[in-house]
Design a protein around this ligand. Structure first.
Ligand code: BGC
Length: 753
């Protein structure tokens, strides 16, 4: 029996390392490995992508999915999995990723990716979970917990404000502090605090002018000092520009290594006194700590059960599909014996199930829709097929289209498989529009002209525009890029062998122009201004009262649910930091088949001194119910659910006043709501001579002091309104108008007294 390798005594190793060895340890040794120090028994460990499956390259190396990798299970991509709204599922997928990594000798899985979907155009949206930080944070927490329960690390990425592919290695995301804190950082914060990921990957881009890899505020002040992150920070592949500045900012590991320059520069910086050796030591310690953390699992190794993981991939795909439309219960399809079902669309035989780039997995197998349908249809049902369009082109092909219309005309039921071809979306570039390729839309129109409204099943990683064609479809099932079992999952859903339960994790807009980031995406001249601030996704559509095609949180089912009997109970207080608001509802399955509903809790601040979203998701629960079954669900909100980030206090603040706690089955379908009042310490800044007259009048003490002055204007509310926005100091300068500077000084002194 081989003896397990001893745990490294980090301090003892550190004490024996030369400066050169230390510098080398904070760089990888090649594309996927950390550096070994053989004389001290420090092994190299391997990392590999990625969020929805392992891309372990044992021989080749690239970070854009060009070369092969060992076969691994391709689970649904993040936009699909995010639509499951099921943390339990994320945990199981995370666990499976951990098992596959251990079996392949991979110590850290580079994911999950939790950047916000600021624009539907981002080419990498298929790798991201949501437009909502709470949802993304909760789901990613479960995935990290799942993988790390196997003793394998994760790398939460890409930190931070990496929300586009255009110029991603250089662009500066110009984002204000509140927007960072409320939108772009909270998913990271939630996962760091709840799941303690062992590593985190910095983004390529700059944030407010500084590369994320050199951003001390992001990597040290917020991440470590603020949230208590104790793991290792690695760079995205090629994100380091100045190794010394990056070390100082808190970036421990450069990947892949710039072997020609980085170590030499670090050594020189230490020797010349430009970099404290203690800073380098911090990075070295974190690499050694990581080696210690992953070693037991790597030594245990193990195998994974390909069939079981394929089944899990199918279960995940089943939960990820969102039924958007279902006129006259067109779905599920229950063809009678003797019926003909026409299957149209190239995607039915050439499945699109994952995205291109660094997350591209070499699947253990791939289910093909047509075959999976054929295997599940009852005997006596005829299945016909016509491609209808090509996927290597957007040009129409009259012959293909005609054959498809003919097949559809001869059939009793028509299933049409549409989606984005691989060339339309990928890591590395953004889209320029939201439309399906013209040849696919042309086929839909051709069917429409002969009076056929097919059932449309979609495969796309980023969202597509439906508003121009959805009237031409009887039903729409959005399957996203749902992994290697997408084909069998889609067949089961279409035939009613499983019930869709996915909910949109992103809004589907009517038009791209309705999206709040439209005017500022993707920026130019090296800068992208996040001008819409906190109002991304549904926060923007709701605030601007935009019609949308399908709202955030939306998804139909083959059964029906009721959600009601809301009761909201408040205990503790904001002041004592123990506020708990508990919302309890009853969910019932009132239909004929088993299904799952997602109860969503949205909070609105009804009285606020700062601009706030109309409503924000603050809790959710996915509830599985048999027909006729009902369950009571309780969701708990803490003070953070009611808070905003105050740029005045540089902290989270709850303002006293009324809030609405609403429960719904989408962000625009709220079925019950209750108004609650919260007391909270005042957040108004103290009055000074620079406060406005209005602020003095609004303050009890200020009003009292002013009332002592014999100034008639001050007793005329209309006039006070007109001059009220002027600071007191300015008013004092208008000699003879209200009061002079001497009086103001006395007022200010009385105030302090
Ligand atoms: C991607 C990362 C990925 C890395 C390694 C980069 O291009 O942005 O998400 O983990 O490559 O493949």
């Amino acid at each position: 029996m081989p003896q397990p390798a001893p745990t490294l005594d980090v301090e003892a190793v550190l004490a024996q390392l030369t400066l050169e060895e230390k510098a080398a340890l904070t760089l990888g040794s090649d594309f996927w490995h950390t550096a070994p120090v053989e004389r001290l028994g420090v092994p190299a460990i391997m990392v590999a992508d990625g969020p929805h499956g392992l891309r372990a390259q044992m021989n080749e190396a690239d970070h854009v999915g060009l070369s092969g990798s060992v076969p691994a299970t391709c689970f649904p991509t993040a936009s699909a999995l995010g639509s499951s709204w099921n943390p339990g599922l994320f945990r199981r997928v995370g666990d499976a990723l951990g098992a596959e990594a251990a079996a392949c000798g991979v110590s850290v899985v580079l994911g999950p990716g939790i950047n916000m979907k600021r624009s539907p155009l981002c080419g990498r949206n298929f790798e991201y979970l949501s437009e909502d930080p709470y949802l993304a944070g909760e789901l990613a927490t479960a995935m990290v917990q799942g993988t790390q329960s196997r003793g394998i690390g994760t790398s939460l990425k890409h930190y931070a404000a990496n929300n586009q592919e255009d110029d991603r290695l250089r662009v500066s995301a110009e984002v204000d502090e509140r927007t960072l804190r409320e939108i772009y950082l909270p998913a990271f914060e939630r996962v760091v605090k709840q799941a303690t990921p062992w590593t985190l990957m910095c983004a390529y881009n700059k944030v407010n002018g500084t590369y994320a890899s050199e951003h001390h505020w992001l990597l040290t002040e917020v991440l470590r000092d603020g949230w208590g992150f104790d793991g290792l920070v690695m760079s995205d592949w090629g994100a380091v520009h100045d190794r010394v500045a990056a070390l100082e900012a808190g970036l421990d590991l450069e990947m892949p290594p710039n072997l020609e320059q980085s170590a030499a520069r670090v050594v020189a910086a230490v020797r010349e006194g430009r970099l404290a050796e203690s800073v380098l030591d911090l990075g070295v310690r974190r690499v050694l700590d990581l080696v210690n953390r992953v070693r037991p699992a790597l030594e245990a190794g193990g195998e994974f059960d390909e069939q079981a993981h394929h089944d899990l991939a199918r279960a995940a795909a089943l939960e990820s599909a969102v039924l958007l439309k279902n006129d006259d219960a067109a779905l599920p399809l229950r063809p009678a014996a003797g019926a003909t079902v026409a299957v149209l669309g190239e995607f039915a035989r050439t499945p699109r199930y994952q995205g291109a780039g660094s997350s591209q997995v070499n699947p253990t197998r791939v289910d093909v829709i047509f075959d999976e349908l054929a295997a599940r249809l009852p005997e006596g049902v005829e299945l016909t097929y016509a491609a209808g369009f090509g996927i290597g082109t957007t040009e129409g092909d009259a012959e293909l289209q005609e054959a498809a219309v003919e097949a559809a005309s001869a059939a009793d039921h028509v299933l049409l498989y549409l989606g984005l071809p691989a060339a339309a979306e990928s890591e590395g570039f953004d889209r320029t529009h939201l439309d399906l390729p013209a040849n696919q839309l042309a086929l839909l129109s051709a069917l429409h002209r002969v009076g056929i409204r097919p059932i449309v099943v979609l495969a796309n990683g980023s969202s597509v525009r439906l508003s121009t064609w959805e009237h031409q479809a009887a039903a729409i099932l959005e399957c996203w890029l749902s992994g290697q079992a997408a084909g069998s999952a889609a067949a089961e859903l279409v035939l009613g062998l499983a019930n869709p339960s996915g909910k949109l994790a992103e809004t589907l807009p009517v038009r791209l122009e309705d999206c709040s980031s439209f005017l500022n995406f993707p920026g130019d001249s090296g800068v992208v201004r996040y001008g819409e601030g906190i109002f991304i996704g549904y926060r923007g559509y709701d605030r601007a009262r935009q019609e949308v095609s399908y709202p955030f949180g939306f998804g139909l089912s083959y059964t029906t649910f009721t959600v009601g009997d809301l009761s909201v109970r408040t205990s503790g207080s904001v002041a004592d930091d123990d506020l708990e608001v508990q919302a309890t509802v009853t969910v019932a399955n009132t239909g004929a088949v088993a299904g799952a509903e997602v109860v969503q809790v949205y909070v609105s601040d009804l009285e606020s001194s700062v601009a706030r979203p109309v409503r924000e998701l603050k809790a959710f629960a996915k509830v599985h119910l048999e027909p006729g079954e009902s369950k009571q669900v309780s969701l708990v909100l803490d003070a953070r659910a009611f808070a905003y980030w105050s740029t005045r206090h540089h902290d989270w603040v709850v303002e006293a006043g009324d809030f609405q706690v609403a429960v719904g089955t989408s962000s625009r379908h709220l079925v019950a709501r209750e108004r609650i009042h919260l007391e909270a310490p005042s957040v108004a800044p103290p009055l000074t001579a620079d406060s406005t007259l209005q602020e003095w009048v609004a303050d009890d003490r200020g009003r009292q002091l002013l009332s002592r002055l014999d100034v008639p204007i001050l007793h005329d509310p209309e006039l006070v309104r007109v001059i009220g926005t002027m600071p007191m100091r300015t008013l004092a300068s208008f000699s003879g108008l209200l009061f002079d500077h001497g009086t103001l000084d006395r007022l200010a002194a009385d105030l302090e007294g």
